[in-house]
Design a protein around this ligand. Sequence first.
Ligand code: DMJ
Length: 812
Amino acid sequence: MSLYAVFPASGPGPGPGPGQRLALTFILGLLILVACVLSTETSMPTQNMSHKERAELREEARDMFYHAYRAYMENAYPADELMPLSCKGRYRGVTPSRGDMDDILGNFSMTLVDSLDTLVLLGDFEEFEHAVKLVIRDVQFDSDIIVSVFETNIRMVGGLLSAHILAEYLQKQADTMHWYKGELLEMSRELGYRLLPAFNTSTGIPHARVNLRLGMKDPQLKKSRETCTACAGTILLEFAALSRLTGDPIFEVRAHAAMDALWKLRHRGSDLMGTVLNVHSGDWVRRDSGVGAGIDSYYEYLFKSYVLLGDDKYLARFNRHYNAVMKYVSEGPMLLDVLMHRPHAKSKNFMDSLLAFWPGLQVLSGDLKPAVQTHEMLYQVMQMHTFIPEAFTVDFQIHWGQHPLRPEFIESTYFLYRATGDHHYLQVGKRALKTLQQYAKVSCGYAAVNDVRTGKHEDRMDSFVLSETIKYLFLLFSDPHDLIINIDEFVFTTEAHLLPLSIAQLGNATFSFRQTEEHNVLDFMRTCPSSNKLFPEKVRKPLRNFITGSCPRTSGGKRLSALDFQASNADHLRAVYDMGITMVSVGDRSQGKVRLFHSFYNAKSHEEGEMGLQFMQEMLELTKMQSMNQLAALQAVAFTTDDKGQDWAALMAGPSHFSPELIGDQFVEGDVVLANPLRACDDRLDNAAEAKGKVLIAERGDCTFVSKARLAQKSGAAAVIVCDNVPGSSGETQPMFAMSGDGNDDVNIPVVFMYSVEFGKLSAIMKRRKSPLRVRVMQMVEFKRWQLAKEQRMNETATATGTSSQKPEKEL
Ligand code: DMJ
């Protein structure tokens, strides 16, 4: 007897929802992974890369740098960023605002400052010298501008410091730049002082934003309360270097205090951290705990602070968190958020692209095997969607399709190559490089990808494209011996700026390390082999460690259930095979459909054949439940289709993570009105008065979903429909997703997302109507239930009166 089932990876469209669905989607995701693992493409042995090819790729990376750098210098400088499509500079307060995203910009020539140390790595001393002169001449910080403390620190303070260090290095080693007298260090000190007012909080944890001129006295910062863990915990490397180089301890003292305060906020049971907190009370605002957005570089700075400063307490803290992450967040090759206080409950069913830095950090900390696995999973996501989308679900479907040419995956590829010497990582890097060349290169630089599904560009080239993405590509294809500096004597900051390990020797007399929390350190030293002894070695002199294979785990005779199945687990795959189940990927692999076949004939024994049958039945149940759950997350925009308000129809929409959920028979009703301007990204709506009490329609793009929602809420709208800006997109053909927020909880009106085809239908109806169209925003499942009940009532009446029933829902 044979039994088969087809498991679609994408159904009518779930957003993240109840934990149960998560488990189910997870399994399906893993099944897709199986298909990928079994495909011939990935099982091919890695081809070694010749010296010649590697050198050609290094030169191509160099050309990429100059293509982007020159486009910026010739068309945008002294602006902070290049807008590669309009080929001009992005200036804060001049270029139309993108909302909170623009807090990165301080009108301080950020891209140039961020690029300085890459010029030295490329060996271009002439341009470095010229660029340093420009920075000294043009860049100033006395501006009435609110900036992000985190971004200003990592991009500007870090950029200035590493350039200062390299300028002094070149003076000594290359007998050049003799005119340089530490001006960049002075500038970084000045900028550091301008960030310091943000640290005046009762906890010592810095505010998220500060006004460069007015400090925290800016009236707009009066209500400042919330920050993210990464924002507060990614200061120490730069501030310690600043203190050690200037001799002023204040920076390092403040940064250590912030790290100490954060450490105290960990959940004492799970050792995990949340992602958003209140800087005054120290209360957690968001308790999701993962390794991606909102927390990523906090972990990175714990570990690297130990490496740079040699303070054991940071290693002990890192280890405590690391163990917790590996215990609760890590699921095979995946990293899925949990709740810090309920670590067994997954809180999201998607991963964000920022977590791609994690394998690189794992390499540095000496945990290679999971690094290899997660990197491989990410590589498959990249192959599936061309680029790694900003967020992707556990079944590797797109959750948020943007790709701003981020560096994290290439960064991890670089560290894995340095640690293993495996040419596979050169091939991965080659693919990443060629993809950037093919899909992101434009005549004026490199343009971010607005949606990896369509490849549409965005008028945006972040400074990290030069300071990280291309720098890591260049390093990957360079022989370390050919570099002007010994790269192993430096720590890369989170923005890939170079800080020399020798900074530890510039101990600051006014600052001394305290050996507190001795128990943590002792716990850690008791491990065998003691990583306390191994880590410095491993970090400072990268090893050529190959993965040597692992001992097979025994299943203990217990039957493998569909719920427990993990495709990344070799034992599980073997067990499934022994049960007589074969997996075949069907249709277009990008759709991720996998068909399972079961046959007693293929089973190892009759008993295992029986187990296989049970496994298949469980899978079928799970699939059924999944489509029910998908329906639960789906939203509806419903409206009447006749004048009497008898017949109703609904268009499908997706939910959001940041707005209140409409549950059961809850709905919000109002006339629809188009936002003016349609993208709703400015400080106010021109038709704010008209929007009051209505369901506002805003188009996707130019700013975040949540900033559109905030503007609508400020204007008094009752709900928001965000319509897609990608022509032809439809919920019928692609998975629905839930819009992500920024971690704040301040939106209290429902916000739903509608693909273009559905929105086209809605706007056609709006145009046909003489009076404004009135809609209800509600759960789709509730709409269906409501329609069904109505249909039943009509049928009953029809039977009683002998007339025929009408179909309540019209085809749109
Ligand atoms: C960079 O600015 C830094 O790497 C930061 O830590 C995370 N985000 C960007 C790149 O994606």
